[in-house]
Design a protein around this ligand. Structure first.
Ligand SMILES: [Zn+2]
Length: 325
């Protein structure tokens, strides 16, 4: 427990549906469970870019009004300060480049407003990249320019939700570490949202981290047991080393807003046959972290390795990427 209390606990991605009227008191769930940092999404390809900006504006205001418990984190220094002050550090991410509205300059705008990581295509192809549930295309010229611009401004390049070819193109293009914030190995559970050994090895080669996703349908047959998470973590650790393992549980506490109608309006983003219509999809949450940590220790991982998986590994990437200008 001492290791847990002393570590920076880094959840690389939450699965909260982005909407301006969300009550962000939901974030207490992470804080109460000892998490230091969470990245929450303010938009994804399913919605238009104006909605992303509106969500970003509302979340920023809420964060600043609740600075007694939360810190809008722009740097690793902010996250270390949050740990010391018993606050939850939060920054934003965006799932898909439709949020740019075709304009590369929007990367810098979003960065200025607190977005610290973006992924390229949410399941379906867009003008920048290929998504994992669509025809397997690579990065477009626009997509390559986006990677360069993200490297330049200091934003983490995320390959989750991308197609195989797009992810490989991104990792070749980037001159900074690249991550998968919330993707699991297909070797353990075969799903189009999961990633193969070649993708995992290429990610590690950039110095990046693979964040294990906590959604039951990506872990197994709607399986959210801590031992299953440990199995996914061990697989990646054995393949490329524990310094390339983290987690992005994609978790959301119960929300008051009705997201069902929005999701039902665009079923093409979650194609049939991938388990998305599974009743009562189970989900690993931050409360399971001590159990997962104990599971990793039982499998022979030492304090330094477990500390890295809990957060040190993603912190290393952020220290490198966010510092660039
Ligand atoms: Zn996602």
């Amino acid at each position: 427990m001492e290791l847990f209390a002393d570590s920076i606990i880094w959840d690389a991605h939450a699965g909260m549906f982005p909407a301006p009227d969300n009550d962000l008191n939901l974030l207490s769930d992470w804080r109460d469970n000892g998490v230091t940092y969470i990245s929450i999404n303010v938009g994804f390809d399913v919605m238009d870019w104006q909605q992303t900006l509106a969500t970003l504006a509302a979340y920023r205001r809420w964060m600043l009004e609740n600075s007694d418990r939360f810190i809008l984190a722009g740097s690793v220094g902010d996250i270390i300060a949050a740990k010391a002050a018993n606050k939850l550090a939060v920054s934003f991410d965006i799932e898909g480049m439709n949020a740019l509205n075709g304009d590369l300059n929007m990367i810098g705008v979003y960065h200025g407003l607190g977005v610290r990581q973006m992924l390229f295509a949410y399941n379906l192809n867009n003008d920048a990249a290929g998504g994992c549930h669509d025809e397997d295309i690579g990065l477009s010229d626009f997509g390559r320019d986006i990677v360069d611009e993200m490297n330049r401004v200091g934003m983490i390049v995320d390959c989750s939700h991308a197609s195989y070819q797009t992810s490989m193109d991104i990792m070749e293009q980037s001159n900074k570490p690249v991550v998968f914030t919330h993707s699991n190995p297909t070797a353990i559970w075969d799903h189009q949202r999961n990633i193969n050994d070649e993708q995992i090895k290429s990610c590690a080669k950039t110095g990046g981290v693979i964040g294990i996703n906590g959604m039951g349908i990506f872990l197994g047959d709607n399986d959210s047991r801590s031992e299953t998470v440990v199995e996914h973590m061990c697989y990646v650790a054995d393949l490329v080393g524990p310094e390339h393992v983290g987690f992005g549980f994609d978790y959301s506490p119960e929300m008051e807003i009705d997201v069902g109608s929005i999701l039902r309006a665009r079923p093409d983003y979650w194609p049939a046959g991938n388990g998305y219509n599974t009743p009562d999809i189970k989900h690993v949450g931050p409360s399971q972290l001590p159990q997962i940590m104990a599971g990793m220790q039982a499998r022979g991982f030492g304090d330094e390795e477990v500390g890295g998986i809990l957060g040190g590994n993603f912190q290393r990437v952020a220290s490198n990427v966010w510092a660039s200008k």
